[in-house]
Design a protein around this ligand. Structure first.
Ligand code: ADQ
Length: 471
């Protein structure tokens, strides 16, 4: 962070949910990086508490000083949570942003509540901020927030970071209330995207649907508003993951030792329909079908914690995944070999890195994903001299940077199965060469680079966009 930012400006982070700074396992993640920046500027983190109550509309924000920063939260009514969070944000925007218009359901009441809750966020936030603050708004739940704040006289600089993809303009134009969202995005001083393709989609959307214009240097203008639409690929705390992996590895293997030579393929994802879990399992099944030499010599470990279970589509994906796991184990397994080990729960980070380190292949197959941090965590956890191989979907934002992974189209089950075979049999020299390049990329574009370059982009009005992809 620049000295100016650190010394004179207070950082305010706004997100749907606020990180729990009292939680035990909060090492090396987004919460820590943002928490550090907030502490450095005696900053404020504002969001929904995650709780609902009947009288939420008349209750002032709950303000707490935790670990050197201020945390302020509001409660929502059940109706608000249903319309804003489960409704418009997660039943309509989340699928549409991931190209699943077929799943995007919306009714006018829910989208209206989404905009009203954003107005409530602005009402609650206004008394807590000053014109010198810099306000960082996160993700698709809060697109209208800057517009609401400006309408209440807020003069602070406001940046928005979209953690998901921004889809092609034709897809975004089909989202109910898209014009309201598009115009609301234009109000931000900076709109940050994970990849150049997300940024370019947004630029094309501004001209196609908002009658706007693309200006020089990442700027776009529409409806009298000009914003900087730029690329800030999120990264991880590489040093933390690498160190943790070294320490944890010294404790020995975690998985049952079922004889010599068994290789492990690891997958770790929220159980979301965007993550390509059925496609991945089918690819593993095809690997076992077409490459019988791997029988008894490979296992797939899939860790998939529950997410948004209140929505029926998430129950369906769970049933689908569990059916496939059962089918593969029933079809190929025997008394001494279980091809798929599947866990439907969260796992502490030190256990995850230990699994990453001991796995020969990291398998990351989202059908669409903003970035995908698991891909980067897998690389960071590898042993430099004998690293594993990352098999990565072309449709993860991470693929734009991690070009030395084995890139696959997750819809092409045969291609993924062949990539798995190639990864399992790749000579050490090639694994090492690929890993070296991947490591350089995740180290250069790490979590702190992401945080600081994004903050700088809107903390100072004259900042030029940072070139994140030097040749
Ligand atoms: P997510 O969709 O949640 O994030 P991802 O980027 O992979 O996806 O981050 C998930 C995080 O949760 C990782 O740090 C991972 O280690 C952790 N995790 C996953 N499964 C776990 C388990 N079983 N137990 C414990 N921890 C687990 C959204 C976007 C992404 C974008 C990020 C950050 O959808 O595209 O990369 O935000 O911007």
């Amino acid at each position: 962070m620049s000295e100016k930012t650190e010394n004179k400006r207070r950082l305010v982070v706004v997100s749907n949910r606020v990180a729990d700074f009292k939680a035990k396992f909060q090492t090396g993640g987004l919460a820590v990086a943002l928490g550090d920046a907030l502490k450095a500027s005696k900053g404020l983190w504002f969001g929904w508490s995650g709780d609902t109550r009947d009288d939420a509309l008349s209750v002032p924000p709950h303000v707490e000083h935790v670990a050197g920063l201020t945390v302020a939260t509001i409660d929502l009514t059940d109706k608000e949570a249903e319309g804003y969070y489960f409704g418009y944000a997660n039943r309509c925007l989340w699928p549409a942003l991931h190209y699943r218009l077929d799943l995007a359901q919306s009714n006018e009441e829910q989208s209206e509540i989404y905009f009203q809750v954003n107005a409530r966020f602005a009402d609650a936030l206004m008394p807590l901020i000053t014109p010198d603050d810099i306000i960082w708004v996160n993700d698709y739940h809060l697109i209208p927030l800057a517009e609401e704040l400006r309408g209440r006289g807020c003069e602070a600089r406001i940046g928005f970071f979209l953690h998901t993809p921004f889809p092609s303009p034709e897809i975004f134009a089909a989202v109910p209330s898209q014009k309201r969202l598009g115009n609301a995005l234009m109000v931000y001083d900076v709109v940050g995207f994970q990849t150049t393709s997300d940024r370019d989609n947004f630029r094309r959307y501004v001209t196609a649907s908002l009658d706007g214009e693309q200006l020089q240097g990442d700027r776009v203008t529409a409806q009298g508003e000009t914003t900087l639409a730029s690329v800030f690929p999120i990264g991880i705390d590489v040093e933390h993951f690498a160190k943790l992996a070294d320490e944890e590895d010294a404790k020995g293997p975690l998985l049952p030792d079922v004889g010599n030579d068994i290789k492990t393929i690891i997958g770790v994802d929220r159980l979301d329909y965007t993550k390509g879990l059925p496609e991945r399992l089918r690819a593993f099944e095809v690997l076992l079908e077409q490459f019988p030499e791997h029988h008894g010599k490979v296992r797939m470990v899939q860790i998939a914690p529950p997410t948004r279970e209140g929505l029926p589509v998430y129950q369906e994906i769970r049933e689908n995944v569990e059916r496939l796991v059962g089918r593969i184990n029933g079809r190929f397994g025997d008394l001494s070999w279980q091809p798929v080990i599947y866990m439907h729960r969260g796992v502490a980070q030190h256990i995850l890195v230990r699994l990453f380190r001991r796995s020969d292949v990291g398998l990351v197959t989202p059908l669409h994903d903003g970035m995908n941090l698991v891909a980067k965590e897998y690389i960071a956890a590898q042993a430099a001299q004998d690293p594993g191989v990352l098999v990565l979907s072309r449709f993860a934002g991470a693929a734009e940077q991690l070009r030395e992974a084995l890139l696959i189209n997750p819809h092409d089950i045969q291609e993924t199965a062949r990539a798995l075979d190639r990864a399992l049999t790749m000579p050490r020299q090639e694994r090492w060469a690929r890993h070296n390049r991947l490591w350089q990329r995740i180290e250069t574009y790490d979590l702190f680079n992401w945080r600081d370059s994004f903050i700088q982009s809107f903390a100072e009005s004259d900042t030029n966009p940072v070139n994140l992809f030097p040749k």
